[in-house]
Design a protein around this ligand. Structure first.
Ligand SMILES: Nc1ncnc2c1ncn2[C@@H]1O[C@H](COP(=O)(O)OP(=O)(O)OP(=O)(O)O)[C@@H](O)[C@H]1O
Ligand SMILES: Cc1ncc(COP(=O)(O)O)c(N)n1
Length: 282
């Protein structure tokens, strides 16, 4: 018998194309060595070109999924992705609160404030932004916005590291313990800098910017890798450092799939014994 691994829960939507959403989260949890669990919030109709529709899961079922795994299997860290509606956000906020997830609580709680897909298709109903801002952000151990989400949440238009610092301050005023302002969309910059702050410590995680359109699921993969490392007991700065190293390699090894944007890939983590696509058929 082997030891029980640490557990991580994603509260997120399904991507039928398998590149983002809970599919990316589960794959990342596995690659980072933790047992992944899911509370599905929405089912999207999605491929490499875009999102053509979605349906929401009833809020009571979202809460029941979270409670079912927490009461039986235990949750060492949790994250959110697509939450779709104000009702689901309110339900998630009260459920995680009752379970002791969140800032300065026992279970780290990462909020990835997903508002739209990389194709620009909305994944959040218009009336849900305020719920995200007032009900979920104040409960987060860490919030991980990209620059579009920074604009939606704070009104700030950011395209450099100085702007990321200002954005982190504005977001901290909404109540999360830590903020990671991701720099993937600062395309004028030759490097990808993600800025982490808790108001006292400000840390920059800098890496190469790979020239690829295949970054689908990059934000989800980074937040999941951070969550996995928090589940294993790392503090926030160390978990972010490990997550950034992980996503860098996943972007470097992303692959084309379909006519649009292909996914970032954690295949590299499985080692050299994985058969290549050509040898798999023989
Ligand atoms: N071209 C790139 N090369 C290397 N790293 C990248 C690249 N694009 C994004 N990253 C990194 O990937 C992570 C995700 O950043 P990004 O700002 O793109 O978030 P996101 O918009 O939520 O992701 P996505 O929409 O692609 O799922 C960050 O760590 C960022 O620095
Ligand atoms: C279900 C779901 N969750 C999250 C994303 C964001 O990922 P991306 O920004 O790479 O499109 C997505 N497209 N679909």
């Amino acid at each position: 018998m082997t030891e029980t691994p640490k557990t991580a829960l994603t509260i997120a939507g399904s991507d039928s194309g398998g590149g983002a959403g809970l599919q990316a989260d589960l794959r990342t949890f596995f690659a980072c060595g933790v047992h992944g669990m899911t509370a599905v919030t929405a089912v999207t109709v999605q491929n490499s070109i875009g999102v053509s529709g979605f349906t929401e899961i009833p809020p009571g079922i979202v809460a029941a999924q979270i409670e079912a795994v927490a009461s039986d299997m235990g949750v060492n860290a949790a994250k959110t992705g697509m939450l779709a509606s104000a009702e689901i956000i309110s339900t998630v906020a009260s459920t995680v609160d009752a379970l002791g997830f969140g800032r300065e609580r026992q279970t780290p709680f990462v909020v990835d404030p997903v508002a739209a897909s990389m194709h620009g298709d909305s994944l959040l109903r218009d009336d849900a932004l305020e719920a995200l801002r007032t009900e979920l952000l104040p409960r987060a151990t860490l919030v991980t916005p990209n620059l579009d989400e920074v604009r939606l949440l704070t009104g700030l238009d950011v395209n450099d590291v100085a702007g990321q610092r200002d954005a982190a301050e504005a977001l901290l005023a909404l109540g999360p313990q830590w903020v990671l302002v991701k720099g993937g969309h600062a395309t004028d910059s030759p490097r990808c800098v993600d800025l982490l702050s808790d108001g006292t410590h400000v840390l920059e995680f800098e890496g190469p910017r790979y020239d690829t359109p295949h970054t689908h699921g990059g934000g989800d993969t980074l937040a999941s890798a951070i969550t996995a490392h928090l589940a294993k007991g790392l503090g926030v700065p160390d978990a972010v450092s490990a997550g950034k190293k992980f996503i860098e390699r996943c972007v470097a090894e992303s692959y084309p799939l379909g006519a649009g944007a292909g996914p970032v890939s954690p295949f590299w983590r499985l080692g050299p014994d994985i058969p290549s696509p050509a040898s798999r058929d023989s």
